[in-house]
Design a protein around this ligand. Structure first.
Ligand SMILES: Nc1ncnc2c1ncn2[C@@H]1O[C@H](COP(=O)(O)OP(=O)(O)OP(=O)(O)O)[C@@H](O)[C@H]1O
Ligand SMILES: [Mg+2]
Length: 507
């Protein structure tokens, strides 16, 4: 797979490498590459190690910390093995065998000790520290060491004796001068805070480099490299549907090559269908991010309200729609920012990954139609309801009325639930009447009043509920939506009544 662009980032890495090579280096020169998931961090780092580092002058080590931080023992063994393999150019997995190939007596002794004593020891701090043995023993050589998914190193703090990973790691960063450490992480907000926290020992050893989505030109370059020269407007569609995310671009390009179809259809298949690659990836991303955050329930509800809204909302609006206090909402937003699902701009809350919003909409509501535009304000409209209207959202019951509002507002001038929805002059949610609240009251431009009521219970809606709605408010049309359908008595009484429409959401 051809590597595309990233010229700015590669230049920066190369400049830093040149300083390292010349020895104009101290322990504050290391780099941290931070970027949201699937922005191409691993690809960039591997490309750098493979093509820009002079292998005659330096050894390179790449480890994915998320795979080796299962225990201090696992971490130490994996780093030592990767370093020995790099020093010898061998793929053997035998530590001592590899050490012997170096013919370096001190190292051979150290590895023998590591294998016999350290790996057998139960002391987690000793184990962690031993990970750096090879770099220390082969101190006359230069190393470029990439620790990918570095945030996962914090998992080692669960082990007895390890109180602060950053204190332990810092000790090595300070002592070792023959290693250029390059760390990378997918939770940029958390990692950046960690790296810039003056209370943490690691502070000041790493400069931060951000990796963003690809620019428009770079996205075009990637598409051309995968698909050859295709028309400009199709390239543009790729870009607008992926926002320049290289992973999405790659998946969409692969799909397009298999079957030339409109990019919007690929988007639908990939993002809205549970067999889609992106659907599954986003589900995983959601789970992984929420795992790192506190208060899963309220976070999900907040995301839901945000994903359903047409515009980017401010905190008071989210609080109103959720029916939760501003304080609670602020705490939830803070957590969502911390795990990089959202960010805040001009006091409005936005999704970090734009297509994710559509995925959430679909997942929470079962909505499939959308308009996807890129502009100053992203505009979207969702008009059609899947047959199983929102069955999954009952656990988030509170936001139901809001959903009805949302569907009705978006269906103006169109069909919804087999009803022709007119254009309304006003739409009001949760309207208080002397006889109780109604979910939605909409008034057409000609002054006709439409009342909507949702019955979200586990039994069929009967005559009594419908009669009570008619008594609550004086309207021209009554639309009753029921999750569990209607009793036959209700059908007998109201089927012929023109101003009452019963919508069975189950069927
Ligand atoms: N510069 C690039 N040129 C071509 N394709 C790229 C580039 N960067 C990323 N990609 C594509 O995007 C995919 C994801 O990239 P990569 O795995 O490097 O992202 P990442 O940021 O490391 O993701 P994660 O957060 O999941 O570790 C790659 O498999 C590749 O298909
Ligand atoms: Mg990666």
């Amino acid at each position: 797979m051809r590597f595309i662009n990233r010229r700015v980032e590669l230049k920066r890495l190369s400049q830093q490498l040149a300083l390292f090579r010349r020895g104009e280096w101290d322990n504050t020169c290391h780099l941290a590459l931070l970027g949201l998931r699937r922005t191409g961090k691993t690809f960039l780092l591997k490309h750098f190690l493979d093509h820009l580092v002079d292998h005659d002058a330096m050894h390179t080590v790449y480890v994915d910390v998320s795979k080796i931080a299962n225990s201090p023992r696992d971490f130490a063994r994996s780093v030592v093995l990767a370093a020995l393999q790099s020093a010898t150019g061998s793929r053997s997995e035998e530590l001592l065998d590899l050490a012997l190939q170096t013919e370096h007596q001190e190292l051979i002794r150290a590895i023998d000790r590591f294998q016999r004593v350290t790996l057998e020891s139960a002391d987690n701090v000793t184990l962690f520290n031993a990970a750096f043995t090879v770099f220390k023993e082969l101190s006359d050589r230069k190393w470029v060491v990439v620790l990918d998914e570095f945030q996962d190193i914090l998992a080692l703090e669960r082990f007895r004796g390890i109180r602060s990973i950053d204190a332990l790691f810092r000790a090595h960063v300070q002592e070792i001068t023959n290693v250029f450490f390059l760390i990378s992480g997918s939770f940029p907000t958390m990692l950046k805070k960690w790296l810039s926290d003056q209370q943490k020992y690691i502070f000041s050893h790493f400069s931060v480099m951000h990796l963003n989505e690809l620019t428009r030109d770079a996205s075009f370059e990637l598409i051309t490299s995968r698909l050859g020269d295709i028309p400009h407007d199709i390239k543009l569609q790729f870009y607008t549907h992926t926002y320049g995310n290289p992973y999405l671009l790659s998946v969409f390009a692969r799909q397009y090559r298999l079957q030339e179809q409109p990019v919007a259809d690929i988007f639908k298949e990939q993002v809205f269908d549970s067999s889609g690659v992106i659907y599954n990836y986003y589900s995983y991303l959601l789970d992984e991010s929420l795992k790192l955050a506190r208060g899963e329930g309220v976070l999900k509800e907040t995301l839901k309200v945000m994903s359903l809204a047409e515009d980017d909302l401010r905190a008071p609006e989210i609080s109103r729609r959720l029916g939760k206090s501003l304080e609670e909402v602020h705490a939830a937003l803070k957590e969502l920012i911390r795990v990089d699902l959202i960010h805040c701009q001009d006091r409005r809350y936005l999704f970090r990954v734009v297509p994710f919003r559509y995925f959430l909409r679909y997942r929470y509501l079962g909505l499939e139609q959308y308009e996807y535009e890129r502009g100053d304000h992203l505009q979207s409209q969702v008009a059609k309801l899947l047959e199983a209207y929102n069955r999954t959202s009952s656990e988030l019951g509170r936001a139901k009325e809001f959903e009805v509002y949302y569907h009705v507002a978006n269906a103006q001038g169109k069909q919804l639930w087999s009803i022709r929805i007119p254009r309304f002059r006003t739409l009001e949610k949760n309207v208080d009447t002397p006889h109780g609240e109604i979910d939605l009251l909409a008034v057409t431009r000609r002054g006709k009043r439409w009342a909507f009521e949702v019955k979200w219970r586990n039994k069929a809606c009967g005559i009594r509920e419908i009669t009570s709605l008619l008594a609550k408010v004086d309207a021209d049309r009554y639309i009753v939506l029921s999750r569990k359908g209607f009793t036959s008595a209700a059908h007998v009484k109201f089927d012929q009544q023109k101003n009452v429409t019963m919508v069975d959401l189950a069927g």
